[in-house]
Design a protein around this ligand. Structure first.
Ligand SMILES: Cc1cc2nc3c(=O)[nH]c(=O)nc-3n(C[C@H](O)[C@H](O)[C@H](O)COP(=O)(O)O)c2cc1C
Length: 223
């Protein structure tokens, strides 16, 4: 059917961390979210919530987050268990080498790394910032639904020439975000995302993240 087109979009999506200034029309965002909402969810409960911010609304949240990040500087990121199993630690190190290498940052330069991490909170200069949230009363399997929804957002965006970066960096600041966006108390920020037209010339966007080969992560049985 459209396998080639879909495959091309999936294979060309990358996490983009520098954007051109061009604005994204509201109608385009609505189209993308409409596509994304076709994601499956357990018992079709559709547990996703998303705030989509542009202009002053995005900038104001970004400024509050940058201030909070600076105040918290030095705290270790809590996204992964310590110690991380060896296989994942090796991939994480490879990621760091590629990411900081592309950004021209010496890995031993903690201050430069912190400045780059801080860029998460201004949505890497993207014109649109998204905050994905979920009802905190749900169990982990419903978080899968939120992830599927977010992947659909990224693919629907890429199909329209828009780039994205999913960002768990927002999660530790969920209380600030909830207060800023006046979320109902049950709603918990899971991650954020930058969206816009990627700056293809930016050094940081030259990073390429490899994938394991299919035969190394999949067991095909009975074929
Ligand atoms: C759930 C999730 C959280 C992520 N959080 C961040 C983040 O906080 N900051 C960031 O720059 N990239 C983040 N990324 C992007 C990953 O680093 C990226 O997806 C990975 O290195 C593979 O690269 P690719 O997306 O270009 O294929 C995140 C990705 C996912 C799926």
């Amino acid at each position: 059917m459209h396998a080639q087109a879909v495959s091309q979009v999936m294979r060309s999506r990358r996490s983009v961390r520098a954007f051109r200034p061009g604005q994204v029309p509201r109608e385009l965002v609505e189209e993308i979210l409409g596509d994304a909402a076709c994601a499956p969810s357990g018992a079709n409960i559709q547990p996703w919530g998303v705030h989509v911010l542009a202009g002053a609304a995005k900038d104001e949240l970004g400024e509050a987050l940058v201030a909070a990040f600076r105040a918290d500087a030095g705290l270790p990121p809590a996204h992964f268990p310590q110690p991380l199993p060896e296989v994942f630690q090796a991939r994480l190190m490879d990621f760091g080498a590629r990411y900081y290498g592309a950004a021209g940052i010496d890995r031993t330069d903690a201050a430069a790394r912190a400045r780059q991490t801080e860029r998460n909170f201004s949505f890497f200069g993207a014109p649109v910032g998204l905050i994905f949230s979920i009802d905190r009363r749900l169990k982990p399997h419903s978080w899968i639904d939120l992830g599927l929804f977010a992947q659909n957002v990224m693919i629907a965006a890429k199909a329209r020439g828009l780039d994205t970066c999913p960002q768990v960096a927002f999660a530790p600041f969920h209380e600030l975000i909830a207060a800023h966006l006046q979320m109902p108390p049950e709603q918990l920020t899971a991650f954020g995302m930058s969206m816009g037209y990627g700056d293809t010339d930016a050094p940081v966007n030259q990073a390429r993240m490899p994938r394991e080969r299919v035969q190394d992560f999949a067991d095909l049985i009975g074929f």
